[in-house]
Design a binder for this molecule. Structure first.
Ligand code: XIL
Length: 382
């Protein structure tokens, strides 16, 4: 206990030192603020998704804050097939290479996202009709992209979102053209092309029992084929007022019992009404804007803010309880202003799902997360 107390004090001091070393100015968002990456440095990596302006350090506030708070980065879009492999014989590694250099400079790990996914495919793939050409794209894509980043990225989301809500395989172009072994094949190719990076399966809602059972079956199948899979990513696009801690806890236990690491890879807690009943984070599902669906355009009421704080506090208390099984917790974005949830599933809303506000100031939810580590309540389980 004493050791732990000493450790958090030490971690806090280190955080401050780090802000001093990286040149954070007195009134920059970094000054005097605790650091997530330092606070949880003995527990799990703390990641964020980055977009192009952030990778290129175009906004000084973002450029100052990101290296202080995060030690893992996931490209929000630039390693998806439509960007990195725009034409049959053309690959575009420019932004991905910039991300790798950025991460090296700031002592961060890159989780590459993602090799095989039915969404954000380049137009030429969506137009392919025959199975042979899909197979060739699939093989070339994994071989070329995974090999280019072998060892330069810490991990790959090899396959993203291959399951339906009932746990069956999604009827994607890959399932239809390649048959149900395509997932094992994707991991087999990735293992060969990228022997020095960890390989994960990533999906949303796989904490829910039916979809979780599908994910477990899929992971067991990969393992039974003698193919390497190192971890599973639970995306974590949840709602602040409706988080199933029980499902999440069971998932951590069941997935880690398979001998793999568990990651929370795209965490954000939306606070806006849902246009439909299901919680699916399907990027292709869209709904029409109306003012009722955008209830907090000028600020979040305290009653909702407190739900967000509690949601984050409960989650991180749980994550700390299972820190030995969790490799990384990544937020899907840096601040509320650039979160995809302002435009999905309805364009033009004002959402508040992350720990930093539109001015990059830490929100109450940020301190709720830090406190799970530094207060007595948080420590009980730790
Ligand atoms: C989202 C990005 O945040 C958006 O910018 C993009 O327009 C659509 O994709 N699950 C995933 C992520 O695996 O890649 C998605 O990212 C969000 C849902």
């Amino acid at each position: 206990m004493l050791n732990k107390n000493f450790y958090s004090l030490f971690a806090g001091t280190l955080g401050l030192l780090l802000s001093a070393c990286t040149g954070a100015q007195q009134n920059s968002p970094g000054a005097g603020t605790p650091s997530l990456r330092e606070t949880f440095r003995n527990d799990f990596l703390i990641g964020t998704a980055l977009n192009v302006p952030q990778i290129e350090e175009r906004d000084p506030k973002a450029a100052a804050l990101i290296p202080l708070q995060f030690n893992a980065v996931t490209p929000e879009n630039i390693m998806k097939a439509e960007v990195i492999h725009p034409q049959w014989d053309k690959y575009n590694f420019e932004m991905g290479d910039k991300l790798v250099a950025y991460a090296q400079k700031n002592n961060m790990k890159v989780n590459a996202h993602t090799l095989i996914w039915h969404s954000q495919l380049p137009a030429f793939v969506r137009n392919i009709k025959d199975a042979d050409s899909i197979k060739q794209f699939f093989t070339n894509h994994i071989n070329t992209v995974a090999a280019h980043y072998d060892g330069k990225v810490f991990s790959w989301d090899v396959v993203n979102e291959a399951l339906e809500e009932d746990g069956s395989l999604r009827k994607s172009i890959f399932l239809q053209k390649l048959g149900e072994d395509y997932i094992v094949e994707a991991f087999r190719l990735a293992q060969k092309a990228s022997p020095h990076s960890e390989l994960y399966y990533n999906d949303y809602n796989i904490e829910q029992p039916r979809k979780r059972a599908g994910a477990i079956a899929l992971i067991k199948k990969i393992q039974a084929a003698g193919v390497r899979i190192d971890g599973v990513g639970i995306q974590g696009h949840w709602r602040a007022y409706n988080i199933s801690l029980k499902d999440i806890e069971e998932s951590i236990r069941e997935f880690s019992a398979l001998g793999i690491k568990v990651m929370f890879t795209e965490l954000d807690l939306g606070v806006l009404p849902n246009p439909w009943d299901s919680d699916a984070a399907d990027v292709n599902k869209k709904a029409e804007y109306n003012a009722k669906m955008n209830p907090y355009p000028t600020g979040l009421p305290d009653s909702i803010q407190s739900k967000l704080n509690k949601g984050y506090k409960d989650l991180f208390t749980l994550f700390l309880k299972y820190k030995g099984k969790i490799g990384r917790v990544t937020f899907w974005g840096v601040n509320d202003g650039q979160s995809w949830l302002n435009n999905w599933p309805i364009q033009g809303r004002t959402n508040y799902p992350l720990l930093f506000d539109r001015e990059f100031k830490p929100k109450q939810a940020f301190y709720s997360v830090i406190e799970t580590k530094t207060t007595k309540a948080g420590k009980k389980d730790n």
